[in-house]
Design a binder for this molecule. Sequence first.
Ligand SMILES: [Zn+2]
Ligand SMILES: [Zn+2]
Ligand SMILES: [Zn+2]
Length: 142
Amino acid sequence: MIMKTDLDLQAQKMLRTAGLYCTRARVAIIKILIRADRPLTQNQVASRLRTKHLDKVTIYRTLQSLLQAGLVHRAFMQQRAWHFELARNCSETQCHPHFTCTGCGRTHCLTKMSLPMAKSPHKGFIIHRQKIQFEGLCPACA
Ligand SMILES: [Zn+2]
Ligand SMILES: [Zn+2]
Ligand SMILES: [Zn+2]
């Protein structure tokens, strides 16, 4: 298990590299996303916060600032909620693919998988980012 101080340093380093101030909310949310290792909704982030000082608006704004800085990505939307994750396992032009099990509903990050970039489908369309999502059965449900 990673020591708490290591996680703090890791979060602070990420923020500094992205040119963001190390606010308590940003550090806390990045630490949650590092620990989670899979995309979380805003509510899931909120329920994992140890300090209850952060209200919904603060969490929302913090996630937005991390998104804008490119530290966090919106991985996918499920049940009308965006799932957020750190962008560290994504490249400039594509996010790592995600696999959602239709049995248990759990989504897995396929961080080792990278697919060739699709070409623009029609003239005038410019692809900035490729995000692939798979559906199927996980080992536990197969
Ligand atoms: Zn991504
Ligand atoms: Zn499953
Ligand atoms: Zn992921």
